[in-house]
Design a protein around this ligand. Structure first.
Ligand code: ADP
Ligand code: MG
Length: 238
């Protein structure tokens, strides 16, 4: 299970309203991509969904339950960041397992989940290494693996490929698509890359200055952008 409803979510930082009333339905297992220019509120919206930031008003509902007041660790969400956010002093294995250990998961179960995730992400040869001994692509796979072992209802990715070079971006993108097919989990993915959005998304959400301009399937947005703004991001040239 992993359905998400965002109901009229607003977020202000001081006098500045960054999210101006976001409404969105995500069904269980859907792959939803947020696109939009830098500063339009993509990361803020992910952080509100994850509970890392409180909304000013509105509700976040996961599987029918209002989680607006639920702490991040209890929401069943795992987030993957552009900067990986790995612990430099821990091995790959312990980076992946730390969150589970802190949550009191038995060691055997932690080992089982790390085994599955590291196999899915081709990380088995690197389990005893530290992040400094890995390439950028491998580090991001560890960060994804750390999310996978938590078996979340909802994965949130915030521009996970932005720090990788072009070839690695393609590879890692394909791995994320494969992960989605295997896990059948709900995924929300932020990018400003049109190719990533078109190839990964079941549904694309185009954001502009804290509002949603259009929601639709990749071909729908490509062929019938609602306005010039959407056309500039996704649509075919007019
Ligand atoms: P995006 O991810 O689409 O680039 P963000 O969600 O990071 O955009 O930011 C949206 C706006 O909110 C920006 O103008 C940014 O400066 C502002 N903002 C984000 N976080 C904070 C914060 N903690 N305090 C004040 N302003 C913030
Ligand atoms: Mg951002």
């Amino acid at each position: 299970m992993g359905s998400l409803n965002i109901e009229n979510v607003k977020k202000a930082f001081g006098p500045v309203e960054v999210l101006k009333g976001i409404n969105l339905e995500v069904t269980d297992g859907e792959f939803v991509v947020f696109v939009g220019p830098s500063g339009c509120g993509k990361s803020t919206l992910l952080r509100v969904i994850a509970g890392l930031e409180d909304s000013t008003s509105g509700r976040v509902v996961i599987d029918g339950e209002d989680v607006s007041a639920t702490p991040p660790a209890k929401r069943g969400i795992a987030m993957v960041f552009q900067t990986y956010a790995l612990y430099p002093h821990l091995t790959v294995r312990n980076n992946m397992g730390l969150g589970l250990k802190q949550a009191g998961t038995p060691a055997a179960e932690i080992g089982r989940r790390i085994g599955i995730a590291s196999s899915m992400l081709s990380l088995e040869p690197y389990l005893e290494r530290r992040p400094a001994e890995l390439s950028g692509g491998q580090r991001q796979r560890v960060a994804i693996g750390r999310a996978v072992v938590r078996e979340p209802k909802l994965f949130l990715f915030d521009e996970p490929l932005s720090n990788l070079d072009a070839a690695l971006r393609v590879n890692t993108r394909l791995e994320i698509a494969q992960l989605h097919r295997r896990l059948k989990a709900t995924m929300i993915y932020v990018t400003h890359d049109q190719v990533e959005a078109m190839t990964l998304a079941d549904k694309i959400v185009v954001l502009n200055a804290g509002r949603i301009e259009q929601i639709g399937g990749p071909m729908e947005l490509y062929n019938s952008p609602a306005n010039d703004f959407v056309a500039g991001f996704i649509g075919s040239p007019k």
